[in-house]
Design a protein around this ligand. Structure first.
Ligand SMILES: [Zn+2]
Length: 79
């Protein structure tokens, strides 16, 4: 049993970008464990990154208007 109950937010994860834009034109970037992760047919694998910033940068090479998901990558989400 671990004696530590501190939840460390580990951002290192596989990231995906939604192939389908939101109403505002943003392509959302998601971690693989996000509940909002699009179905396989609707997402593009970006790679494994240590932070969502890098994942969004990668996504912008595919979709210039990319944005972090509000749920899994809130600090990379801009309005
Ligand atoms: Zn997400």
């Amino acid at each position: 049993m671990s004696s530590s109950s501190v939840e460390v937010e580990v951002e290192s994860s596989n990231y995906y970008v939604n192939k389908n834009p939101q109403d505002n034109g943003d392509h959302e970037v998601h971690r693989e464990d996000c509940e909002k992760l699009p179905s396989p047919a609707n997402r593009e694998y970006l790679g494994h990154f240590d932070c969502c910033e890098d994942a969004v940068e990668k996504a912008k090479q595919i979709f210039s208007q990319s944005n972090g998901c509000l749920y899994c990558s809130e600090k990379c989400h801009t309005n």
